[in-house]
Design a protein around this ligand. Structure first.
Ligand SMILES: NC(=O)c1ccc[n+]([C@@H]2O[C@H](COP(=O)([O-])OP(=O)(O)OC[C@H]3O[C@@H](n4cnc5c(N)ncnc54)[C@H](OP(=O)(O)O)[C@@H]3O)[C@@H](O)[C@H]2O)c1
Length: 313
């Protein structure tokens, strides 16, 4: 089958289109014929070798950890899924990723794609949507009526986090550049902050939950606006300074997404109800050139919503 792989760490020129063996379903796996996958910043961070210690994998590595497609094979112990099912998933984090025509996925990580949702919309959602889910609900413990600040609301994770927070009945504040104001308001943001011209620490206070997608000064400054005693700061990118954590009594979590088929099924329901939609800023084909351009776009840090890769015709 066709795949885009890397055989060593480095720049985008290391991406290589080639033929690799077809995956085979283990007992509790299915093989999915991919219709679409999507790009996340972890893809190019891994390509560069930044995550080598955390994931000391052999080469070749197939990058990509989102899939939407149809099941073509089921493992001997799979009972809940059958050939022909339209599914999506954030597969387990292995070196056999999703920049490929077929991929193997553990059966507990799968969810059905609602009939009204396209493969592209589905492929955009698992990694970014589940990260948003776990940040906002599992760790942020957002309740109706609370105020949440979502940094980089126009990004992959941000666009889902905004909609999940709105679905819970929260007051949603989000940052992006002026170019993305209309998009964020269309997603339901109650208060928009143009980070290039406004300082959120001068505008906000008593925020119940902050979702940090940026780290650095943004994470540090987030502690200035969060509600004392009961506030929660959740970062998906960085650890906070020890001093900051020790000197405040807010809860802090630096989280790493756990793939989860049940939560993805819940997300799929919200997508079916129209409460959450995938914002797709750009689409590329599964080819060396397509993935190269998609990585270039993601590396700008200014992609809008998700970058989707179409697989096959
Ligand atoms: N821990 C985990 O499990 C996990 C999971 C997913 C992602 N992540 C990480 O989380 C980060 C965000 O991921 P993502 O997929 O959402 O990224 P992304 O889609 O690449 O984010 C791009 C967006 O960030 C906005 N942005 C850039 N600089 C900003 C600033 N200073 N303030 C506010 N917004 C800014 C841009 O808006 P403008 O163009 O308007 O500037 C753009 O729309 C990445 O570092 C990623 O690796 C971690």
């Amino acid at each position: 089958m066709k795949a885009v792989i890397i055989e060593e760490y480095g720049g985008k020129e290391k991406l290589k289109e080639t033929e690799v063996p077809m995956p085979i379903a283990k007992e509790h796996q299915v093989v999915v014929k991919e219709k679409a996958t999507s790009i996340n910043p972890i893809d190019w961070k891994l390509r560069e070798g930044y995550l080598e210690k955390m994931m000391p994998w052999e080469f070749p590595i197939i990058l990509g950890w989102d899939v939407a497609g149809e099941i073509v094979e089921v493992g001997s112990e799979v009972t809940d899924w059958k050939v022909g099912d339209r599914v999506f998933a954030r597969p387990d984090t292995t070196r056999f990723g999703t920049y490929a025509e077929y991929t193997a996925v553990d059966d507990n990580l799968l969810a059905y794609i609602p009939g009204t949702i396209s493969f592209e919309e589905a492929a955009a959602a698992p990694l970014a949507g589940l990260t948003a889910w776990q940040a906002v609900f599992d760790y942020g413990k957002l309740a109706a009526g609370e105020k949440i600040l979502i940094h980089a609301g126009s990004g992959g994770v941000g666009t889902y986090a905004i909609q999940l927070a709105k679905s819970k009945g929260a007051f949603v504040i989000s940052t992006a550049s002026e170019n993305n104001r209309e998009l964020l308001l269309s997603l339901g943001v109650d208060q928009f902050i143009d980070y290039k011209n406004e300082d959120f620490t001068k505008i906000l206070s008593d925020i119940d939950v902050v979702i940090d997608t940026m780290g650095g000064e943004i994470l540090k400054n987030s502690f200035k606006v969060v509600k004392p005693h009961t506030g929660r700061v959740i970062s998906i990118v960085a650890e906070a300074d020890k001093e900051l954590i020790e000197n405040t009594d807010v809860a802090f979590h630096n989280i790493w997404l756990e793939p989860n088929g049940k939560q993805l099924t819940e997300l799929a329901k919200l997508m079916e109800q129209g409460k959450v939609k995938s914002i797709i800023g750009a689409t590329y084909p599964l080819s060396e050139k397509g993935i190269y351009e998609a990585h270039a776009m993601s590396e700008t840090h200014h992609a809008v919503g998700k970058i989707v890769i179409k697989v096959g015709g």
